[in-house]
Design a protein around this ligand. Sequence first.
Ligand SMILES: CC(C)(COP(=O)(O)OP(=O)(O)OC[C@H]1O[C@@H](n2cnc3c(N)ncnc32)[C@H](O)[C@@H]1OP(=O)(O)O)[C@@H](O)C(=O)NCCC(=O)NCCS
Length: 173
Amino acid sequence: MNKILLEQKNIEELKDFFSSLNEEKKLAQFDIDLVLKSEFVAIERVDNKIAGVVGLWRTSKLFPALFLVVKESYQGKDIGNKLMRREMEYASVHYNFIILKTFDNGKYAAAIHLYKKYGFSVFLKKRTRIWMCASFNIRGKLICWFLPFIFYIKDSFSPKKIIRKILGKKNNQ
Ligand SMILES: CC(C)(COP(=O)(O)OP(=O)(O)OC[C@H]1O[C@@H](n2cnc3c(N)ncnc32)[C@H](O)[C@@H]1OP(=O)(O)O)[C@@H](O)C(=O)NCCC(=O)NCCS
């Protein structure tokens, strides 16, 4: 876990930050619980108040995945850029690749713009849901390339899907 989170003071401040968010929290789809189990967190401040948070956690305990939010009143002031730079700086040293999930529904246009600007490209699209990957070396490039297949297999053989298939067939019999 990132050092900053080891201090109780910062955790309390982050809790306050998340409870002060409105629509942007719904869009970001993460909260303090995810931040607390993340592998990296960076904060940007304006006037000594938290304006935005970026970080990395392990989705499915496997893939390092980005999370990002800037408080609405601070948006459009370059905070997202600063956070993305810090994320990519850290990730490029500690990971081969990172992924993220977002939505191609118009509400995430600024986020998608930033993700592409910092090297992410789409590797999977299901209706409006999109998954993006950024690589930092050859190994990462290969993994990003294979991710659509890995996700397909993971999805097809997930216990939930198998149970649903069995139940679905039984119902039809
Ligand atoms: C996405 C988000 C983090 C951006 O933060 P921000 O502080 O406003 O970002 P910045 O001001 O640093 O930069 C925004 C960039 O997006 C661009 N942008 C803004 N609105 C845009 C739009 N509608 N379409 C395309 N690009 C847009 C800006 O021109 C700027 O581009 P530049 O870096 O090339 O100059 C912020 O909007 C946010 O927190 N949104 C809600 C949560 C969210 O969607 N998180 C991502 C979940 S996947």
